[in-house]
Every structure is written in structure tokens, then in C-alpha cells.
Design a protein around this ligand. Sequence first.
Ligand code: SF4
Length: 319
Amino acid sequence: MTCDLPYIYEIEPTNHCPYKCIMCPRGLGKMKRPRGFMRMETVELLLNHFHPSQQLVRVHHFGEAILHPEIHTILNMLGTKGLTTVLSLNPATLTPELIQKILSSKVNIVCFSLDGFSDKNLRDIRGIQCGFNKCWEMIEQLIQESRNQSQFILKVIQMVRLNANLQDIDRFNRIKEIYPEPDVHLYLAENIGFGDLSLVEQTLTNGNDRIQKTASPCAAPFSEISVLWNGDVVLCCYDYDGFQVIGNIHEQSISDIWYGEMVQSIRELFKSRKTESLPLCGSCFMAPHHFLRIKSLKTKVWKEEQEILSIYTQAKKRT
Ligand code: SF4
């Protein structure tokens, strides 16, 4: 299994977020680390540390990324580096001004989280107060205005399968009747509770059975990192509270962090399937200690990148 340089899976512009999502540990108030906004010098530093083959990066982690006042500059910097950028947002946060700001950037993929089709569901699921009509209006405005500009943007409308929105799935699928064009893509995501099965079970009956059937033992320490707003580097995109900080890019290069003793010893625990003692991994259903050795550790990042780029490229060609 190669270590090479890590894939930078997610960058966190900010961990501020006004919502209370029932399927997110941050929304449930479990995040205790300080809140803040990524500085431009942190983004600048990061630009020099991408794996040469990496083509895509997610510009969000645990927070509402578009609250960063310079989100368009961050997206532009990453786009200028040649990376395909993915931005995930709650349509309730959008305003006409913010839509203009996002469209002025080099963003390639915008994902709208829309987990309910009524005021009540949006309030119950994400703590959204502004109502469904306002959210839908903002989605439609971004879709329409993105079509008036030269840069192609794929718009993904995403819903996480939950008990609270099962009755909305049909309505979700019917969005394709309103937007049959290839630049609008629907994604019904499985509820994976950020690795926490109890969180899955609380929000989707028998949700554990669904995800465990296809689960593979994780190989994150061999492939990827995510970078928090303050430059802290974590091994996992589920790490909402900096449980496993392996370094900070203001103090060390990503390469030095990646080949340092701490990550080496975590890799040994993964190889020997003794991950029970690790914070976060200890309670994650994908941690290797839950699997028989005949099931080899599986990295996800490069395959996922190819799948997303393929959807993006096909949609662009057909538009
Ligand atoms: S075992 Fe779970 S928590 Fe640990 S790195 Fe993998 S996905 Fe993240």
C-alpha cells in the first residue's frame, strides 16, 4: 500500500454554522474546538502541497463554507491551480449577493443540501427557519444565473435518506421533471452518521443494515488528509473536532507531517487492525478492527475523484 503524498480531501474555510442538523455531530452540538475562518495565507500555503495527480478538492468540512467572507477568493485560488472545486452549502444561507459572489469564482460543482420539502421538515431536520419556498427560490436563482455565464457549473441537489424525509423522496426525484437538463444532478445520499452507527440508527430505522452491507475497512492514513480552518491537519473527513490532529501546515510541510512518526504509528495500528484505542476511529463502523483480515483495507479518494469527474465531464459535454 503506497503512502506517497496525501490526497487533500477537504479544506475547511470555516467551522461556523447556524444550523442544527440531526445527522451531523456538529449540528448536535458535539464540536467543542474554537471557531474561525481560514486565513488567506493558509490557503496560499496549501496550494503548494497538493499531490501532483490530484484533480479535485472539496471546499467544505464541518461548517457552512459560504459564510467565509472570501469564499470566492479561496475558490478562485484553487481553480487557478487547476483543481476542480466542489462547494457544499445550505440554500437557506444563500442571498442574491452571495449567489453573485459564488458565480464570480471558479467553482465547478455546487452541492445544495436539501433534506426536506416543507417548512416543518427543514426546521426539524436542519433547524432551518426561513422556510422551503425561500430555499427553493435561491436554488432556482443560482441554477438560472449560472446558465448565463461562460464557465460550466454542475449543480447537485443532495438529500440524505432519513426517517424524517422518507415521504419526500418521491418529490426529490421529481426535480428532474423540472430540471431535465444535464447541468442539474440529483444525489440521494445514504446516511452514514460520519462513522457513528448510533447516530445513523437514531435518524434512520435499519440504516445500519444498509450501510454495513457495503462497508469496507478504512485505509485513510495511507491516502488522505483534511485541513481545518486553522491549518490543523486531520486524517479523516469525519473528524469534526480535531480528535486526530497530526500536525499544522504553519509549522510543518504536509510531507513532513505525512512521513512523521505519529502517522507511521497510526498506520501500524491500521495494518494490525488494532484501531479500537484511537479517538474517533475507535467508535467508527469502518475502523479495521471491525473486519476480518481477508477484507483488505480500502482507500476511497482516487476512485471517488474519478467518479465525480466523470459525472462533471459528461454533464458538461451534454450541456
Ligand atoms: S476508521 Fe472511520 S474515523 Fe477512522 S479514519 Fe477511517 S473513516 Fe475516519
